[in-house]
Design a protein around this ligand. Structure first.
Ligand code: DC
Length: 251
């Protein structure tokens, strides 16, 4: 059977298209760094013809903005919050489809920053930006605006708990840190990013810790979220599983 660009078979898409429904829902996919949230979220959004929003890309874009404006101290990651609060009004983030690269890309003030926000310098600083309350408030209000009409799949850390507490379907994803680091390493290697497996593992473990222990909207499973540990589950099985859940919610 042929595979599409995400590595899922078309079979799942055909299966889903057989169920017609006008009811649009919100799907919140939260979980740990590199647990496969965005791969699953993109694919289910494509099948449902829903909007897909990568909320992590928004925090990464703010981080890139802060780095470019020298608002983060290199050695201790201290953020100049006062300056950032003054400048945050200047930040405009949006997502545009690239037909050429067959993907959605993140724009910061009309500049395509999709590749730059995935670099290690941004990954190493994003937790320090995403724990700032006024940054979260601004991003959450953007995200809620994008989901007003429903028909959206959003992935992140606080989507089911804070952004869309009434989402019809909430998934919480996890996998062993070593497995997540390995997946991320292969992904970055494919993009020719020069980084070691050890560096990625360290970054993932550090981000897990900061995400889970921050005061504002820490990473935690919403009470009504369904947990998916995909350490030993392939992409096709995950997709079939989520399609089953969406069918239940839509009908
Ligand atoms: O999903 P990601 O790894 O690209 O996210 C980057 C960082 O942004 C991550 O370390 C935590 C933060 N984040 C967050 O705090 N809240 C979200 N809804 C999404 C991401």
């Amino acid at each position: 059977m042929s595979n599409d660009i995400f590595g899922f078979t078309f079979d799942a898409q055909i299966k889903f298209r057989m169920i017609k429904s006008d009811k649009k829902i919100i799907i919140a996919i939260d979980g740990y760094s590199s647990s496969g949230k965005s791969t699953l979220a993109k694919e289910i959004a494509k099948i449902l013809n829903y909007k897909y929003i990568d909320s992590g890309a928004m925090y990464r874009a703010v981080t890139l903005f802060a780095l470019r404006n020298n608002l983060i101290n290199d050695s201790n990651h201290q953020v100049d919050e006062k300056k950032l609060q003054d400048l945050i009004k200047q930040i405009k983030i949006d997502f545009r489809n690239s037909t050429e690269r067959n993907r959605q890309e993140t724009y910061l003030n009309n500049e395509n920053v999709e590749d730059e926000i995935r670099e290690m310098n941004v990954s190493n600083n994003v937790s320090f930006i995403s724990k700032i309350r006024f940054v979260r408030e601004k991003m959450v209000s953007f995200q809620q605006e994008m989901g007003k009409e429903k028909g959206i799949v959003m992935d992140g850390r606080d989507i089911g708990t804070v952004v869309f507490p009434n989402a019809e379907l909430k998934i919480f994803m996890n996998a062993k840190a070593q497995i997540r680091a390995e997946r991320r390493y292969l992904e970055l290697k494919e993009k020719n990013v020069d980084v070691s497996y050890e560096e990625i593992l360290k970054n993932i473990e550090k981000r897990d810790y900061i995400d889970e222990t921050r005061d504002t909207s820490p990473l935690k499973k919403a009470q009504d979220a369904i947990e998916l540990n995909n350490s030993n589950i392939n992409k096709q099985e995950q997709l079939d599983w989520i399609i089953g859940l969406v069918k239940e919610r839509i009908n």
